[in-house]
Design a protein around this ligand. Sequence first.
Ligand SMILES: *[C@@H]1O[C@H](CO)[C@@H](O)[C@H](O)[C@H]1NC(C)=O
Ligand SMILES: *[C@@H]1O[C@H](CO)[C@@H](O)[C@H](O)[C@H]1NC(C)=O
Ligand SMILES: *[C@@H]1O[C@H](CO)[C@@H](O)[C@H](O)[C@H]1NC(C)=O
Length: 415
Amino acid sequence: MKKLLWSLTLFGVILSLRVNGEFDKMEKFTDFNGTNVYQTENHDVNSKAKATMVGLTLIKNAALRSAVCLDGSPAGYHFHPGSGSGAKNWLVHLEGGEWCSDIESCEYSKETRHGSSKHMEKKIPFTGILSDKASENPDFYNWNRVKVRYCDGGSFMGDNENKDAKLQFRGKAIWTALMTDLLWNGMREAKQGLLSGCSAGGLAAIFQCDDFKLYLSSSTRTKCLSDAGFFVDATDVSGDRSLRKLYNDVIQLQSITNDLPDGCLDNRSPTSCFFAQNLVNQVKAPLFILNAAYDTWQIQESLTSKSADPTGSWSNCTFNIAKCNASQIKFFQGFRSQMVKLLGAFKEQRKNGVFLNSCFSHCQTENQDTWYSKNSPSIKNKRIAVAVGDWFFERGGAKLIDCAYPCDKTCRNLI
Ligand SMILES: *[C@@H]1O[C@H](CO)[C@@H](O)[C@H](O)[C@H]1NC(C)=O
Ligand SMILES: *[C@@H]1O[C@H](CO)[C@@H](O)[C@H](O)[C@H]1NC(C)=O
Ligand SMILES: *[C@@H]1O[C@H](CO)[C@@H](O)[C@H](O)[C@H]1NC(C)=O
């Protein structure tokens, strides 16, 4: 164990030296190819296998390329190479971590892993969709797998800075630098590519989906998966649309307007074009929407947030469904109905996939428990990993919406 810790420390030192060191041409990860892999104690009580730990790679020459986090430190990602039949397939997964919408909230994020690589874990477990074990991740386990860290506070869309507050909003440059480096490192020869992401990263996977397709060759089978990125433009318990205000602030602060999809901006405001519901029907590449119908982030942080419910009359319910009264459940059912309706036309498109389960949850691809384990959530006996694989490889049956709460007994509810 001591030896392991020592090698990890050494690894951290090497990494940080690299960051401060000179940039010497773009090279094919000769110094670090992401294969520094460690076995760790088991995080998932339901799985006997130990998760593979994958080291953090910081974007080289980040400052010159503007590929920096809120605090100006280099953005980064974790890369685990593919092998065998997966050696030419690439999964790029975008981490989530909310948005920061004003100087104060961005200054707060700056001191966390969601705003600075100085605070990021130097290695993370690859589980769920990132797992390298066939028993945990049947279709993507031997692909090249990349987890991109989220540190721009703007769903990889920002293009601005605030000099007074020493804040960088460089999501767009991070995305571009990431694509350049991954292409250079072998993604150029990709036979199949999947861009996925969770939460704010799930929304980014929708924003960047067609761009991802453009980066890859036209003969590459390229698709996108948004996990918990379908935040709905809904009224909260006070009757306000608080998410609109938040999105509007993010767009202003980070100068995002010009980068939103033209097809949406033609008939809608920039704020509307930050909502997945106004984007998904225009995405050209095949897209899979995976969402809990009662997304816990939206329920807790938006629909019944402190500003929507200042007296806290909802808090017993939103932190424990068993304590909700009939009218509160009715409110949630209305929210789910909107989501189902908004996905109607999307679901009709042959290329798309949907998995909308009536669970109180948020992000279901990254955890082994929800992605693919013995008792993970399923609709019509199909677990999430199987539904996503069936859609990607066109094996059929990947448009799954279950009945309203409480009918789904397979949920891993968070509340
Ligand atoms: C790069 O990856 C190969 C396996 O693909 C490994 O043998 C080698 O040690 C790695 N190099 C470094 C510097 O990590
Ligand atoms: C929440 O639950 C506590 C303990 O059961 C109870 O005392 C309190 O009145 C409840 N609050 C509301 C707003 O229902
Ligand atoms: C349910 O709870 C909410 C929030 O505490 C309250 O405003 C409402 O009157 C309650 N409804 C019923 C039917 O008890």
